[in-house]
Design a protein around this ligand. Structure first.
Ligand code: BYC
Ligand code: FE
Ligand code: FE
Length: 471
């Protein structure tokens, strides 16, 4: 990539040098970001060398540069994927027009809202994961955690660039607010529900990166279709980083399941907890928790916002470009809703059901991962299986938030829900147990008793590589 400026204070491929006002504004935001990172970023190893990947360009072969870095010195940069010729808008009401390179006045508010919502999740996740390194099950896991954290920081930079570059004073104010909200803070919480939930043990961390980062993948993919080209290009590049986060979650849970299966196989009939492992029932409950909070992140099943985003050609469907039809007009989607105390199918104009369309793609992807985990159980001849609960279970947003459902999706009373809560969702006792086994394993090549070592390291390095120089 010819245009990368790697050596200025803010590495970038957006010609920051040519826009002094913008450059100064971002350079003024930078110290506040670093303050936030010190206060809310990883609570240990900030001064240690960590074997990290840094984006230095957007080329297929050049963007992932691995080296030892101290996290506060990570080069958080602004990288947009290459401009794709004379791209035309390919969905919504502006179909066929040239892509927007500036913000159309009539879409300014909704576009800013989309960007702020996306932006807010990035620092939120870093805050949620702040203390996990203390109990990392291996140096490689600790390194992966830090990798995810610095990249979420970079994703914040990506969105803050858009706010500064295209939204003037309001954009700068929003960028400042992004450093003021705090995950879980009762007075100034993060915007979306999942990002205010505690994530203090590694089973939760894997479930978070599996399910919550995966919402990120689907949201970013929809925004990568955007008619607002700077957003589309930003998201396209973010997706390349996101793949690692998803694999940390998916393989993280797989490693735990494998270990649990081994313990079960070697000790038939014995309580897995008495062996120091994580029993399948607890893994299931943690899955239930993060999966359902992540389902909420797609918004309501029936949403006029989703119709507006699509009509404005700002947010498409997953892989919109591969579809045959791009107006989403004169079509309906069937959505089960509760009416008069029972579930009935409702026909919803497709544009108003696009959150649910995206959720369908997400659910299918999650099901694929669950099949993979179950394969670990199957390989050892175990009968037990993990499942995804119904998308109606334990919801806080959308059609199903007003009622209670069991994990298979049957309508139940609030009393029935409460009576079963500890069976379906992580309890205080579960959390206390997980805390008790989450002891740090920080020696080179060592792995915690409750999980198994990954098959491979990163960057072709072995598992017993010194991924973090704690010494
Ligand atoms: N929690 O019409 P509705 C990631 C609000 S993750 C709290 O049903 P809409 C990452 C909604 O804002 C990807 N509030 O939904 C992952 C609205 O509020 P107002 C993040 C919620 O607007 C891990 C009201 O409820 N990116 O990158 O169609 C680590 C009615 O909303 C929630 C994006 O989200 C919730 N879960 O869709 C790091 C993309 N859901 O207007 C990073 C941008 C809804 O009444 N955002 N509400 O005040 C969007 O596209 C949409 O805002 C949403 C919601 C899909 C989130
Ligand atoms: Fe992200
Ligand atoms: Fe992520």
């Amino acid at each position: 990539m010819a245009d990368v400026d790697r050596f200025s204070r803010i590495p970038n491929n957006v010609h920051l040098n040519d826009d002094k006002r913008l450059q100064r504004a971002l350079e003024a935001w930078q110290p506040a970001y670093l303050e936030w990172w010190k206060e809310m970023g990883p609570a240990m190893a900030q001064e240690k060398d960590v074997y990290l990947r840094t984006a230095t360009s957007v080329d297929a072969d050049g963007w992932a540069h691995f080296d030892y870095v101290k996290m506060p010195e990570y080069r958080w940069g602004i990288f947009l994927a290459e401009q794709a010729g004379d791209r035309k808008i390919h969905f919504g009401d502006n179909i066929g027009q040239p892509v927007f390179n500036e913000v159309p006045g009539e879409y300014r508010n909704i576009l800013r809202r989309i960007i702020v919502t996306q932006a807010d999740t990035e620092p939120a996740s870093v805050e949620q994961q702040r203390r996990l390194a203390f109990t990392a099950p291996s140096l490689l896991d600790m390194r992966n955690l830090f990798q995810v954290n610095v990249e979420e920081g970079r994703h914040l930079w990506a969105m803050v660039y858009l706010l500064h570059a295209f939204f003037g004073k309001d954009g700068r104010e929003e960028a400042d607010e992004l450093l003021r909200r705090r995950s879980g803070d009762p007075d100034k919480p993060r915007i979306l529900g999942a990002f205010n939930q505690p994530c203090n043990d590694w089973i939760s961390f894997y479930a978070f990166t599996m399910f919550t980062d995966r919402d990120g993948k689907y949201q970013l993919a929809s925004l990568a279709e955007s008619g607002f080209d700077p957003l589309a290009r930003t998201c396209r590049f973010m997706l390349t980083e996101e793949a690692h986060h998803l694999s940390v979650g998916e393989t993280g849970l797989m490693r735990v399941v494998r270990r649990t299966a081994e313990l079960m196989k070697a000790n038939p009939g014995k309580d897995v907890r008495s062996l120091g492992g994580v029993d399948l029932a607890t893994i299931q409950r943690v899955i239930n928790f993060w999966y359902t909070y992540s389902l909420d992140l797609f918004g309501g099943e029936i949403s006029s916002n989703s119709a507006d985003f699509f009509a404005a050609s700002l947010k498409g469907r997953y892989q919109e470009e591969r579809r045959d039809e791009h107006t989403a007009m004169n079509q309906v989607k069937i959505v089960p809703v509760v009416e008069n105390g029972r579930l009935t199918n409702k026909e919803v104009p497709l544009r108003n059901a696009l959150n649910e369309v995206l959720r369908d793609d997400y659910v299918e992807d999650c099901e694929r991962a669950v099949r993979r985990w179950n394969h670990e159980l199957e390989k050892l001849g175990l009968e037990e299986r993990l499942v995804l609960p119904s998308r109606r279970f334990h919801r806080h947003q959308g059609e199903y938030a007003r009622n209670c459902f069991d994990p298979t999706g049957n309508l139940i009373t609030p009393a029935e829900f409460e009576a079963n809560r500890a069976k379906w969702l992580p309890s205080e006792a579960d959390m206390a147990y997980l805390r008790s086994i989450m002891q740090p394993v920080h020696g080179i090549g060592q792995i915690a008793h409750w999980t198994s070592a990954p098959a491979r390291g990163v960057d072709s390095k072995p598992f017993d590589f010194e991924y973090v120089r704690l010494g």
